[in-house]
Design a protein around this ligand. Structure first.
Ligand code: NDP
Length: 327
C-alpha cells in the first residue's frame, strides 16, 4: 500500500480531497509503473482538486498533471526498471490518475526519459508550467523575436516565472507584468529588467494600435490583457498565448493582424508529440539557469495540496510548487 491524494465526489456536487492508502490494483491500466518522486501544482491541478470544472471525468480521482520518478516495472521495451522519467500532459491527472501518488501507472508513450543535466526534483520545479514556458519561447523564436523588451504576463506565476528566467538567460530584455508589486525583487532576481503594473496593461483602450513596444510576448493571462498587448507588439512580432488566468474572452480587433502583421501563436502542452517534448526538455536543461529555478521553488507535501490547489486558482501562488510525494 502507498499514499495518494484521492479526490471524491460528495453530495450536491462538492468534492473532498484527502491523503489515503491505495494499492497497485487500484491504479488504472498502463504499460509502465513509476515510483513517483515529485509532482507539482499547476492551475489545472487547482481545478481538479476542487469541483473539477469538467476536467475530471470519473471519481474517485488522483490529480497531478505531471510527475517525475523512477520506473518500477515496464511492459514496454523503451523503459526498464531504474530509468528516470518525466511526464507532462496527455490528460494525466484529469482523465487518468496522476502524480499525487507514490506510484503511477501510465502509457509508455506519455513519458520521456529524464533529460541529462536535470534531476527529478529539478524536472518538477520546471513541471508543466515551465515546460509550457519553453514551448512558448521556442514558438516565439520560430517566428522571430523582434528587438526590444519581451513582455511576460502573469510574470510571478509558474509559466511567467520560468519564461522570464529562460528569456533573460537567452539575452533578451524582459518586462514582467504583475498584479503583485511585492514580487518585483523576485522577478528582478529571475532576470526581468522592467516591472509593469497589471493595471497598466489591463486598462481598456479604444485604440486598436498603440506605440510599437514589445519585441514579443509570452501571455499566461489572456482576456483583456492579451487583447491590449496585441496592439503594442512591434511590426511582425508574435504573442505566444499560453493561458487564461485573467479570462477566456478576447475583446480584440483584427487590426493588429492586418496592419502590423502580428502573429498570435497558440501553445498547447498537452498533446505534444514525443520528439517535441524531448526537444523542449533538452532546451530547458541547457537554457534555464538552475540557481534561478531554485529561487522559484516552494516545497510541499501531499497533505498541503487541498490548500495550494485553492491558492493557485486565486492567483496567489508565486513561482513553482514542488510536491515531494514521499515526504
Ligand atoms: P499561476 O497561477 O501560477 O500564474 C498565473 C498568474 O497570472 C498569476 O500568478 C498572476 O500573476 C496572473 N493572474 C492571475 N489572475 C489574474 C487576473 N485575473 N488578471 C491578470 N493576471 C492574473 O498559473 P500558471 O502559470 O501555472 O498557468 C497560467 C495559465 O496558463 C493558466 O491559465 C493555465 O491553465 C495555463 N496553462 C496552459 C498550458 C498550456 O498547455 N497551454 C500549460 C500550463 C498552464 P501576477 O501575480 O504576477 O500578476
Amino acid at each position: 500500500m502507498f499514499n495518494a491524494l484521492v479526490v471524491d465526489k460528495e453530495e450536491q456536487g462538492n468534492t473532498s480531497a484527502e491523503v489515503r492508502q491505495i494499492g497497485l490494483d487500484d491504479l488504472p491500466d498502463g504499460d509502465v509503473t513509476v515510483a513517483v518522486e515529485y509532482s507539482t501544482v499547476n492551475y489545472k491541478d487547482g481545478l481538479c482538486i476542487g469541483p473539477g470544472g469538467g476536467l475530471v471525468r470519473n471519481y474517485p480521482h488522483v490529480p497531478g498533471i505531471d510527475f517525475a520518478g523512477t520506473v518500477e516495472a515496464s511492459d514496454d521495451d523503451r523503459y526498464k526498471p531504474g530509468d528516470k522519467v518525466v511526464l507532462t500532459g496527455w490528460r494525466v491527472g484529469e482523465a487518468h490518475w496522476g502524480g499525487y501518488s507514490q506510484k503511477a501507472c501510465v502509457k509508455a508513450d506519455w513519458l520521456v526519459p529524464l533529460p541529462k543535466g536535470l534531476d527529478t526534483r529539478q524536472a518538477m520545479a520546471v513541471g508543466t508550467a515551465g515546460f509550457t514556458a519553453m514551448l512558448a519561447v521556442m514558438a516565439l523564436e520560430d517566428h522571430g523575436i523582434k528587438d526590444g523588451p519581451v513582455l511576460v504576463t502573469g510574470a510571478a506565476g509558474g509559466v511567467g516565472s520560468v519564461a522570464t528566467a529562460i528569456l533573460a538567460s537567452l539575452g533578451h530584455e524582459v518586462a514582467g507584468v504583475t498584479g503583485r508589486p511585492e514580487t518585483a525583487d523576485y522577478l528582478t532576481s529571475l532576470g526581468a529588467s522592467q516591472i509593469v503594473a497589471r493595471e497598466e496593461i489591463n486598462e481598456t483602450t479604444k485604440r486598436p494600435l498603440e506605440a510599437e513596444t514589445w519585441g514579443g510576448c509570452v501571455d499566461a493571462v489572456g482576456g483583456a490583457m492579451l487583447a491590449r498587448v496585441l496592439g503594442q507588439v512591434k511590426y511582425g512580432g508574435s504573442v505566444a498565448a499560453v493561458g487564461l488566468a485573467g479570462g477566456a474572452g478576447l475583446p480584440a480587433t483584427v487590426i493588429p493582424f492586418l496592419l502590423r502583421g502580428v502573429n498570435l501563436l497558440g501553445i498547447d502542452s498537452v498533446m505534444q508529440p514525443y520528439d517535441n517534448r524531448l526537444r523542449a526538455w533538452e532546451r530547458i536543461a541547457k537554457d534555464l539557469p538552475m540557481d534561478k529555478l531554485e529561487a522559484m521553488v516552494q516545497p510541499a507535501t501531499l497533505s498541503d495540496l487541498p490548500k495550494l490547489g485553492a491558492d493557485i486558482l486565486k492567483g496567489q501562488v508565486k513561482g513553482r510548487v514542488v510536491v515531494d510525494v514521499n515526504a
